[in-house]
Write a protein that binds this ligand. Structure first.
Ligand code: GRF
Length: 201
């Protein structure tokens, strides 16, 4: 299946997707970043993947940015759009256009800790478990139907950094697995409900 990956930063999740691309039946047609300095762009270039930077600051509105992003994505006619650390709030129009074919990774056990600084917030809330969620993207920020989660224990001496490191290890395992379900047409979104091989998740 053809895919386009959207990033904003380091791109360690992108790297795990690149490393697993053959096994998960994914052709990464392009990597798009809203930040020119995103290290993930270097990772993509090393893997001979086409890259684009679409700087959101060059656009007068969120709508204008999303329209341009959408045009860029559509050039590749992807079966899946993968948000791998893409730190932008998307318009309803954009998310609706790609409903059921856009996946996002979020570093918390959603619905807990939507938004930013999830690791520190989990520590502050004295959570004993934390983790990562992969979900279909809808207009609600970090609120789309959940596909899969991985949990880890929060240790007594954890800092946001140490917790983030252990969550990332889980992210790198879980995202390729979920993408594989999708490229094999096992994973579907219908009426806001997620099914895997026809069974409700
Ligand atoms: C990850 O923790 C991801 O879950 C979050 O942003 C981080 C991106 O990391 N949305 P990377 O760019 O994949 O290294």
């Amino acid at each position: 299946m053809k895919g386009v990956v959207l990033i904003s930063g380091s791109g360690s999740n992108l790297q795990s997707i690149i490393d697993n691309a053959n096994d998960i039946n994914l052709d990464i047609e392009a990597v798009i970043s809203n930040k020119e300095a995103a290290y993930g762009l270097e990772r993509a270039k090393k893997a001979n993947i086409t890259t684009h930077t679409l700087d959101h600051k060059q656009f007068s509105s969120r709508e204008a940015f999303d329209q341009n992003l959408s045009q860029l994505i559509d050039q590749y006619n992807p079966g899946v759009i993968i948000l791998a650390g893409f730190m932008r709030i998307l318009t309803e129009e954009f998310t609706q256009k790609y409903t059921g074919k856009m996946l996002n990774i979020h570093p918390s056990l959603l619905p807990k800790f939507q938004g930013l600084n999830t690791h520190q917030r989990a520590i502050d809330a004295k959570e004993t478990e934390h983790g990562v969620t992969i979900h279909f993207v809808t207009a609600e920020l970090d609120g789309g139907p959940i596909i899969a989660q991985s949990q880890i224990k929060v240790l007594e001496d954890d800092s946001a950094e140490s917790l983030a490191k252990r969550v990332l290890i889980e992210e790198h395992k879980l995202f390729p697995k979920v993408i594989h379900w999708f490229t094999q047409n096992q994973l579907k979104l219908n009426d806001n409900k997620v099914t895997l091989d026809g069974k409700l998740m």
